[in-house]
Design a binder for this molecule. Structure first.
Ligand code: NAP
Length: 316
């Protein structure tokens, strides 16, 4: 096993210094790891722009954060439904109008284990449409501001990248044949991760070394993920798992994304998450990534397909 560069305890938020002059954009902060990451960033003095689909929940989130941290915190919400391209485009415009810089965009929001094949309004399988194409468009549209800020893009993936078919089902991206919740979810998370490494290559080719892109995951964390979009059976299984040491707190699940957003000189080539058994829990650091996540031919094809499907090109 590799030794953890951050010591036995792994990376923890103690390493974050003052974030007073920093601005973060975080998606999906009304629960789980996104909420915990936002709370820690705010507690270190950062400004956080939250992107959420449910305005009422977002309002309550701000109330809770103020109750816990004080009224002085610098936080605001912009509405965005990652499952709808028009909403993502509107939110990106609003972000650009509202803040002059982005030190890190943390793409945390997702749905998981949707029991049946469902299509988004744009016509994609729901997990691919939300987790993948939603993030594709958000990242591409905010890229110019991130570039101007010499900022970072952080994608919250999943160990699911190494489950399911372990590649992109180009001939049936919507799973019209053989839909299973896990295969479709796993593909969407693999696609998210692949795009980060492909983005790194494209940035390198253009000599843009000031912008960084990172892929990480929260291990197995006690959040609302399965309760929000999973089947009754998945909810039952995951709620049982939550009682076991196979899971960790949502706060610990937030550490990998916080590390990728704030840690200076972190190697972009790595994949970051808990380093304990199966990478579900344990000290946070860099760990093994299976080669299929960096399959160049697949990543390039996916990038080109994404440009065609969304009509959005990155200005790299
Ligand atoms: N928990 C785990 O064990 C685990 C494992 C592997 C990977 N992950 C990844 O970790 C990330 C965070 O998930 P979590 O576990 O913290 O789950 P969570 O508690 O369900 O939080 C997900 C957040 O994403 C938001 N969201 C969902 N769909 C959205 C949409 N269409 N538009 C905008 N926001 C949307 C949710 O909003 P609402 O409150 O409105 O639903 C919520 O704020 C995800 O990327 C997930 O794939 C989690």
């Amino acid at each position: 096993m590799n030794t953890n560069q951050f010591g036995k305890k792994g990376w923890t938020p103690d390493r974050i210094k003052d974030l007073n002059d920093k601005t973060f954009v975080v998606t999906g902060t009304t629960s789980g790891t996104g909420f915990e990451a936002t709370k820690i960033l705010l507690s270190k003095g950062a400004k956080v722009v939250m992107l959420n689909r449910n305005p009422k929940k977002a309002e309550n989130t701000i109330k809770t954060l103020k109750q816990e941290l004080g009224n002085h915190i610098n936080v605001l919400n912009i509405n965005m439904d990652l499952a709808e391209q028009s909403s993502v485009k509107k939110a990106a415009k609003e972000v650009i109008k509202t803040i002059p810089k982005i030190d890190a965009l943390i793409c945390n929001a997702a749905i998981a284990q949707v029991p049946q094949q469902m299509l988004t309004v744009d016509g994609w399988e729901s997990q691919m449409g939300t987790n993948y194409y939603g993030n594709w468009t958000l990242q591409a549209l905010l890229f110019p501001l991130i570039e101007k800020s010499k900022g970072r893009i952080v994608t919250v993936g999943s160990m699911g990248y190494d489950m399911g078919i372990k590649t992109i089902k180009f001939d049936d991206l919507n799973w019209d044949k053989d839909y299973t919740p896990n295969n479709a979810y796993s593909q969407s998370k693999l696609a998210q991760i692949m795009t980060i490494y492909e983005l790194q290559d494209r940035l390198k080719e253009s000599g843009k070394s000031d912008i960084k892109a990172y892929a990480c995951h929260p291990g197995s964390s006690r959040t609302n993920l399965i309760n929000t979009s999973g089947s009754f059976m998945m909810k039952f299984i995951f709620n049982l798992m939550k009682l076991s040491p196979l899971t960790q707190s949502a706060e610990k699940g937030a550490y990998p994304q916080l590390m990728c957003a704030t840690e200076p000189n972190l190697d972009q080539n790595g994949f970051f998450g808990p380093t304990g058994r199966s990478n579900w829990t344990g000290p946070v650091g860099e760990h093994n990534l299976e080669p299929h996540a960096k399959d160049k031919a697949v990543a390039k094809r996916l990038w080109e397909l994404s440009e065609k499907e969304t009509g959005i090109k990155w200005n790299i």
